[in-house]
Design a protein around this ligand. Structure first.
Ligand code: SF4
Length: 290
């Protein structure tokens, strides 16, 4: 299809509010680091986002990544700027960074911050705090830090396996958990815990991108899903695209556009919540090139 391929962009795609903010905060910190009284280096506390293109761009501007292990903190660390990423961080780790004289720049997503505050408030009020989500995910680790002794459940089966139930508890979800999974966990717990308060802390960003992708059905024969191969929400979009369209491809860069995609009369574009605008634009431009 040379030149007359129709391209449909999903109405909502790419950076979510929290990721866009984290990238902007880091870019500002990098600019500030070259102006007195600040000085380089600028670290991010773990990789800022799940996108290799965005990480390479920040790295080229001088951002370094702290592994999250204090054993790996370099000798020239004192006075360095450290950006807390959108997932947030447990309070003990925040304190440890301050003790080591880091200048903290907080890019915790406001939605995650609100879950952290809620966990602390109810823990302090004597309620058991139950978190639904991936126990190895930075966001859950961060929230758990505000409610010592909290219970983490990854799925309904975990909830069923719980043998000792508190009399009163609050349930808070990871922002990216599937609504159906969260509802299933809440239903199991509601049968066991007399006073259970369920908070609706799922972020709409993932759902909005899924819905915008579904809206392309009937308009296109195939979809390019743009984003990091390690990005969970991009993988989920790709999975949905595979189910909804005759053709679907997951690519990170314009160079990965397959020849078959260029042959379709109409193609759709979507992108995960950690995919930079420039990468989406570059893919679109590459498709328009004859
Ligand atoms: S997905 Fe939602 S909660 Fe997570 S960073 Fe983006 S806006 Fe914040």
């Amino acid at each position: 299809m040379k030149g007359d391929q129709r391209i449909f962009r999903a109405k909502i795609m790419g950076y979510c509010m929290g990721v866009r903010r984290a990238v902007e905060v880091t870019e500002n910190a990098l600019a500030d680091a070259n102006r007195p009284p600040f000085s380089p280096p600028v670290y991010t506390y773990g990789p800022l986002i799940h996108n290799p293109v965005a990480l390479a761009r920040l790295s080229a501007r001088g951002a370094r990544v702290l592994s999250g292990s204090f054993a790996d903190i370099p000798a020239d660390f004192a006075g360095a700027t450290v950006v807390i990423r959108a997932h947030g961080v447990p309070p003990v780790e925040r304190l440890e960074l301050v003790k080591r004289n880091a200048r903290l720049v907080d890019a915790t997503c406001p939605r995650v911050l609100s879950s952290q505050k809620r966990a602390k408030k109810w823990h302090d009020a004597g309620f058991a705090v139950i978190l639904a989500g991936d126990r190895n995910h930075g966001e859950i680790a961060g929230i758990a830090g505000y409610a010592p002794g909290c219970i983490v459940l990854e799925n309904k089966e975990d909830a069923e396996r719980l043998v000792e139930y508190p009399a009163r508890a609050v349930l808070i979800s990871q922002t990216t958990i599937k609504q159906s999974e969260y509802d299933a966990i809440a239903q199991v717990l509601a049968k066991k815990i007399p006073d259970l308060r369920v908070f609706h802390t799922i972020c709409p960003a993932t759902q909005e991108r899924q819905k915008a992708l579904e809206d392309l059905v009937g308009l296109v024969e195939g979809v390019l899903v743009i984003g990091g191969k390690n990005s969970a929400n991009t993988q989920r979009l790709f999975h949905t695209a595979q189910n909804l369209f005759p053709h679907a491809w997951h690519i990170e860069t314009p160079e990965e556009i397959p020849a078959e995609a260029r042959e379709l009369a109409a193609i759709g574009l979507t992108a995960g919540a950690s995919t930079p605008d420039e990468v989406i634009a570059a893919v679109e431009q590459a498709l328009q090139k004859v």
